[in-house]
Design a protein around this ligand. Structure first.
Ligand SMILES: [Zn+2]
Length: 114
């Protein structure tokens, strides 16, 4: 979420921005404009108000997506994060984490769902 929105910086279609992968506090800070979200394709900072993705007026500290949240999210789809990162929607995020981090997050999500 939000799905299929064009990045205001690189003009490319982002299949899913995965706003929900950010920590709760980061989500609040992004909504209120204190932090920015990163485009998975060009890594530019963008603003997100809950509805639209826009260019940021000035540079903020970008919020990083949380790998544990991402792995638990993938479990809900009965996938591992590694598997999700091989899909069209997930592929742009594959470069955000190392193989070792992804493996550890998948293990954690399996043992500790929810
Ligand atoms: Zn972009």
């Amino acid at each position: 979420m939000p799905p299929e929105t064009i990045c205001p910086c690189c003009g490319r279609m982002v299949a899913d921005w995965h706003f929900e992968w950010h920590e709760q506090q980061d989500q609040k800070d992004i909504f209120s404009g204190k932090k920015s979200m990163k485009c998975p394709l060009c890594h530019s900072q963008v603003a997100f108000d809950g509805f639209t993705v826009t260019k940021v007026e000035s540079e903020h500290s970008p919020a990083e997506r949380d790998i544990w949240k991402a792995a638990r999210w993938a479990r809900i789809l009965n996938k591992s994060l590694r598997e999700y990162l091989q899909t069209n929607e997930g592929q742009p995020y594959a470069a955000f984490w190392t193989e070792g981090q992804i493996e550890a997050a998948d293990k954690q999500a399996l043992n500790n769902p929810g």
